[in-house]
Design a protein. Structure first.
Lengths: 122, 241
């Protein structure tokens, strides 16, 4: 005759055993945690000597555009924008917008808006 | 009275209480360090130089200490130690404003950042140096002159430490170039800082283009500053953009 497992363990130990089994099985059968989505590795930016001439804080009448030395721009023109910029010929490309490099420290948008750097702090 | 405790307390309280007043006075119409660092980048680019940025610590006490060490370096460095800076445009700026220019710069507040201006994205290197505080001493000096000598020795140790760090980052240069560096950085204010001096009885600012102004802030006769600690760079921090 097989021994009665429940009788031999007693109700307290049975419940504890059941909980333990549930935990062990639960952990064992649980799906693995989702892997961090690293996405595509960022494309290394190609060093651009011409872009170094454009680095600066540009002001128009109503907003500010900053081209930094890491190749990103920050603008508060029509909301906050921040992304990479590139130089293409005589234009600086900010996403879908192209600004003409009119002169050193001066950029011109297609709608006629002028951005200029005010230097002279030393 | 415990002289060592008194000196340390006097120096610390002097720096902490005086700095905000310095800033308020110093920044009347002065551009922020963000504008300064971008302008300095453009000057460096035009001159085909690198940009060397002295980092202004956010903590006022650290700012005071670092300004003293950098000021002593420019004032007391030998020709060979100072010459490598001839190939750099130098400016002082907060880490936050440096990261506005070069977001890829390492985090933290090293002594300085060296930024190449040859291309975008710019190469950025942090320059670190171990600095000791001349006002914190463990020795129990019985003689006033011994204490002064010990403070000056610490100042010159810091000068050597900074020189080694800059020398390693910039490489050696013709010592005759040091004269030009002194003309640019010692006889004029470094952008983002003001030359000042103190003998423990207020602060005197150096202005090449206008008369010095005296600011008395500590009761005269209540403390002393060693000779090599007197001249310092008052690093100007601000929250503006």
């Amino acid at each position: 005759m097989q021994p009665n497992l429940a009788t031999r363990l007693g109700p307290g130990r049975s419940i504890a055993t059941a909980l333990g089994l549930t935990l062990v099985l639960g952990v064992g059968l649980a799906p693995p945690p989702p892997r961090a989505d690293t996405g595509c590795a960022p494309t290394a930016a190609i060093p651009d000597a011409n872009a170094a001439d454009l680095v600066g804080i540009y002001h128009s009448k109503s907003c500010t555009l900053t081209l930094d030395a890491s190749g990103t721009y920050v603008s508060d023109c029509g909301g906050h924008h921040a992304a990479r910029y590139t130089v293409s010929g005589d234009h600086v490309v900010l996403g879908t917008q192209r600004l003409l490099i009119a002169a050193p420290g001066r950029l011109a948008a297609a709608d006629g808006t002028l951005f200029s750097i005010t230097e002279g702090t030393r | 009275m415990n002289r060592r405790h008194f000196i340390k307390t006097t120096a610390l309280s002097f720096g902490l209480t005086a700095t905000p007043q310095f800033i308020l006075q110093a920044f009347g119409g002065e551009p922020s360090s963000k504008t300064l660092v971008f302008d300095a980048y453009r000057r460096a680019r035009r001159a085909q130089h690198s940009l060397l940025v002295f980092v202004i610590p956010a903590n006022p006490a650290e700012r005071w200490h670092r300004g003293g060490a950098l000021g002593a370096f420019i004032t007391y460095a030998t020709d060979a130690q100072l010459a490598p800076l001839a190939r750099c445009e130098v400016v002082c700026a907060t880490a936050a404003h440096i990261h506005d220019l070069v977001p890829n710069a390492p985090a933290g507040e090293p002594l300085a950042f060296l930024i190449a201006t040859t291309a975008v994205p710019a190469n950025v290197a942090a320059i670190n140096a171990t600095l000791a505080d001349p006002n914190v001493r463990d020795e129990n000096y019985q003689d006033y002159k011994d204490a002064i000598a010990a403070m000056d020795k610490i100042v010159m140790t810091n000068v050597a430490s900074i020189a080694n760090a800059f020398g390693a980052a910039l490489g050696p240069a013709d010592p005759t170039l040091a004269a030009g560096v002194r003309e640019r950085l010692s006889k004029r204010d470094v952008p983002g800082a003001r030359w000042a001096s103190s003998t423990g009885c207020g602060v005197t600012y150096e202005h090449p283009d206008k008369a010095d102004e005296d600011m008395g802030m500590v009761d005269c006769g209540m403390g002393f500053v060693s000779e090599k600690s007197r001249r310092f760079l008052d690093l100007l921090a601000d929250s503006g953009t």
